[in-house]
Design a protein around this ligand. Structure first.
Ligand code: PAF
Length: 281
């Protein structure tokens, strides 16, 4: 697999591809790739002539007490997965390549970043927007692919792309799950055997919520209560949030109508996991 570390190398490659008339897809990742990432890469490969995968554990999106140092990394395995999924290039820069020491530019997508994960992770989405917009400027893709598991991230990036006139199509791709329903995540690697078993309660609780919606329940508090009850049945689970919001503006709703997002964040032991589903009336 062709792995490059500098911005110049990416730009040279992109320039030669553009000369050939190739289209370019980008999959941004923090590495430790799993089948969720693989599905994004394969989709990008099927829709573009060339695909760049960025592998960069982005320091600006981690808060001071978060897992930046321990975030799992394995570039050799990532290279193998990218190769077999058909990617053309991995961009794996050092933090010093991505960030000037005296950098002074920030990006703040107001409103959309204040609730859900943003409420507890105040620096997170600023860091995500900064690195994603830098990667957009370095790779200049036609299309970029993001997982729907990070539903808030996807909504924030779509808004940023619209507001800043990036000429890039943002494509959301479905959540990939383990056989028992747990959404694939690099952080699943942290779970002990017992925690891994307990983590299935996230998707199970969402199934309970979806069942209530499918049987006609339209009161958001009642649906949330059903999800919370299921989560509380698992002793290793500690709820961070259970929210029902409008899919576009991410504002909480009380009566369920239109397009909604049901999103949860739950600690299993010390590991914070997220999951969600969208529902359309
Ligand atoms: O979703 C992720 O893995 C990260 O937030 C992203 C988009 C690669 C930015 O670092």
């Amino acid at each position: 697999m062709n792995i490059v570390n500098t911005i110049e190398e990416v730009r040279d490659k992109v320039k030669s591809w553009r000369k050939e008339g190739s289209t370019i897809g980008l999959v941004t990742t923090m590495g430790y790739l799993h089948e969720g990432h693989e599905s994004l890469i394969k989709r990008a490969v099927s829709e573009n002539d060339k695909v760049v995968v960025s592998v960069f554990v982005n320091p600006t999106q981690f808060g001071p007490n978060e897992d930046l140092k321990t975030y799992p990394r394995d570039i050799t395995r990532d290279g193998e997965l990218c190769e077999s999924a058909g990617a053309s290039l991995i961009f794996n820069p050092e933090p010093s390549t991505m960030y000037y020491k005296d950098a002074s530019t920030t990006i703040n997508v107001k409103g959309l970043t204040e609730g859900l994960c943003g409420a507890k992770r105040p620096v997170h989405f600023g860091g995500v927007c900064l690195v994603v917009s830098k990667l957009f400027n370095i790779v200049t893709p036609d299309r970029a692919y993001f997982g729907e598991k990070d539903a808030q991230q996807l909504a924030v990036i779509k808004r940023m792309v619209r507001d800043l006139n990036f000429n890039i199509e943002i494509i959301g791709c479905p959540i990939i799950r383990e056989a028992d329903g747990l959404a694939k995540s690099s952080r699943n690697a942290y779970l002990s055997k017992d925690e891994r078993k307990a983590a299935v309660v996230l998707s199970k609780s969402l199934e309970c919520g979806k069942k209530a919606l499918n049987s006609g329940e339209r009161n958001a508090d009642k649906v949330k209560k059903i999800i919370i009850q299921k989560l509380n049945s698992e002793s290793l689970a500690k709820i961070d949030y259970v929210e029902i919001v409008d899919s576009l503006n991410l504002k909480p709703v009380s009566n369920i109508d239109g397009n909604i997002l049901v999103a949860i964040a739950v600690y299993i032991g010390k590991i914070r996991l997220i999951d969600n589903f969208t529902f359309k009336i």
